[in-house]
Design a protein around this ligand. Structure first.
Ligand code: PRP
Length: 215
């Protein structure tokens, strides 16, 4: 039997595990995507959405732009912090206006400039760029987490990190010193997918657009 029916291309959406996952999943649900318990509860990393041409892949947040740049995911949900740090060649489609936090310089109260300033961060590129723009020479030390430890134990005099509720800083006796930028969650797309699978990408973007919180 011949058929003129054109099969829709499969669309792969990369989702970040970690900080923004819960809020992002809530967002997908609101947008009417059929998010099953599998996405939230299982250890599976590839999750097809039954009855649709969609599948999710679950990735470490910092890897989401990598999957999207290389086209193994067509679109991805990712924090602007990760985009600014990873500098991947992806197309930023939408500001989803969720996952609000701020990129800050923080340190011990009463912090004074030292001769050989050291800054610890999970975001070495953002930190280096910021201090270069400020005309300050600093040594940036890359850490992978628990960055707030660094000033407390004398590894660095300041940190660059995201602050959301401020609880982590408070509980570790640190204060916000300088505001670098605000951060929200974004929808990104692979450049080729955006052209070749424009209908499917648009469809997802439109669904998201409907539920983006108003300012
Ligand atoms: C982030 C960030 C801070 C904390 C800020 O860490 O690096 O440590 O959240 O949130 P708050 O202002 O609401 O306290 P994350 O939870 O991603 O863990 P990590 O330190 O292991 O990277």
């Amino acid at each position: 039997m011949s058929s003129s029916f054109k099969e829709e291309p499969k669309l792969t959406i990369a989702m970040p595990k970690g900080r923004i996952f819960e809020e992002a999943v809530g967002f997908l649900q609101q947008a009417g995507l059929n998010v099953t318990a599998e996405l939230k509860d299982s250890r599976k990393l590839i999750i097809p959405v039954e009855g649709t041409n969609l599948q999710f892949i679950l990735a470490k947040p910092t890897d989401v732009p990598t999957y999207v740049e290389y086209g193994v995911a067509d679109v991805g949900v990712v924090g602007k912090d990760v985009l600014l740090e990873e500098e991947r060649d992806v197309y930023e489609l939408l500001d989803l206006r969720i996952g609000y936090c701020r990129m800050m310089v923080a340190g011990l109260p009463g912090w004074k400039p030292t001769e050989a300033p050291r800054v610890a961060s999970k975001y070495p590129r953002i930190a280096s760029r910021y201090f270069r723009q400020q005309g300050q020479q600093v040594e940036v030390i890359k850490l992978n987490g628990s960055v707030e430890l660094a000033p407390m134990i004398g590894l660095a005099d300041r940190i660059v990190d995201i602050v959301s509720t401020g609880q982590t800083l408070r509980e570790n006796g640190l204060v916000e010193l300088e505001h670098i930028c605000d951060i929200t969650t974004r929808l990104i797309a692979n450049r080729a997918s955006y052209r070749m699978k424009s209908e499917a990408v648009d469809d997802v973007a439109q669904k998201f657009l409907q539920v983006i919180p108003k300012r």
